[in-house]
Design a binder for this molecule. Structure first.
Ligand code: NAD
Length: 294
């Protein structure tokens, strides 16, 4: 068997097109331009790449990006003051603070200071609680992207055995809630799980969010399963250059799985598309408009 490749790039481009069309519609009917503030502290090269691509995608969707780049030694109090200003600004519908933050800043305190209805990353404890109790709220972008990719190849997730490897607040735990909401039977595996390969072999839908290069082998996968690989791992490549691989050994997995996301070009592009979706939804909710499903 050769797995169907779930082309995250193409699916993300289609979603971004639908978002841009909806942004144009709310502009013409309600004079509303959704805006997102992206706050970066320091000059971490990886963060700078992410922030640039987010701002570009925001502009392409017809939304406004307000970029705030702060020095590495900015105090927690100064950052909290900026967030207070953004919370109060009606042009800013979404606020994203690029993580990681320097060690002298308490990231949890910063996340909790963002107005929950502007928390387009979906990391605020109030949004996590809303999500866990089935209330409407903003959902973290990467897990949302994973579920959209799974649903692009599976007509329904209801009743499926889903196994998520990883229990982080930004990927694994929100995936548990999203998959439960889709009526899947969900197992969240982690570093202390016994017989991880055996647990994975039960999965009709396997989602790996570990951060370990190619840890999930082909013989961990149930034949025909759908595999979503969240991992982004830089490993040595040819000619002294590095390359990016996922958490799944792709060459082995694609001979067993029914469908699989590549790395790069799978989950990554969906994360940014879902950030745009969250910003549009936040802007509509804040202005009393129906929240688009898309
Ligand atoms: P994390 O380090 O916070 O969590 C990793 C999880 O993996 C932990 O819950 C841990 O229990 C589990 N784990 C670690 N070693 C394990 C082992 N040997 N066996 C079983 N489980 C193990 O990481 P994260 O923030 O959730 O990110 C996970 C991966 O996803 C990383 O590679 C990250 O770069 C990637 N990521 C990608 C995107 C994207 O947009 N594509 C977004 C976020 C994270």
């Amino acid at each position: 068997m050769t797995a169907r490749i779930i082309d995250g790039k193409t699916i993300a481009v289609e979603l971004r097109g639908r978002i841009a069309a909806e942004v144009a519609r709310v502009l013409s009917t309600h004079k509303l331009v959704p805006g997102i503030a992206v706050v970066q502290v320091g000059d971490n090269p990886a963060s700078s790449v992410y922030v640039r691509s987010k701002s570009k995608a925001v502009a392409e969707a017809g939304m406004r990006a307000f970029d705030h780049k702060l020095p590495d030694d900015v105090s927690e109090a100064e950052l909290l003051t900026l967030i207070g200003t953004l919370n109060a600004d009606p042009k800013v519908n979404g606020i994203l603070v690029q993580l990681p933050l320097p060690p002298h800043i308490d990231a949890q305190r910063i996340i909790a200071s963002i107005e929950a209805d502007k928390d387009v990353d979906g990391f605020h404890p109030l949004n996590a609680g809303r999500h866990a109790t089935g209330l409407p709220g903003l959902v973290p972008c990467t897990p949302l992207g994973c579920v959209l990719l799974a649903k692009s190849v599976l007509p329904s997730l209801a009743g499926l055995e889903a196994v998520v490897i990883g229990r982080s607040n930004i990927v694994g735990k929100p995936l548990l809630q999203l998959l439960l909401a889709e009526n899947a039977t969900v197992t969240v595996a982690h570093s202390k799980t016994r017989d991880l390969p055996g647990v994975c072999r039960r999965a009709d839908l396997l989602i790996a969010a570990i951060g370990r290069p190619e840890m999930v082998r082909g013989d961990w996968i149930k034949p025909g399963a759908t595999v979503i690989d969240v991992g982004i791992n830089r490993v040595p490549g040819e000619g002294g250059k590095s390359r990016i691989v996922g958490d799944v050994a792709f060459a082995e997995a694609e001979t067993v799985a029914g469908a699989i996301t590549p790395v790069p070009g799978g989950v990554g592009p969906m994360t940014i598309a879902c950030l745009l979706l969250n910003t549009l939804r936040a802007a509509c909710a804040q202005n009393g408009l129906p929240v688009p499903l898309l």
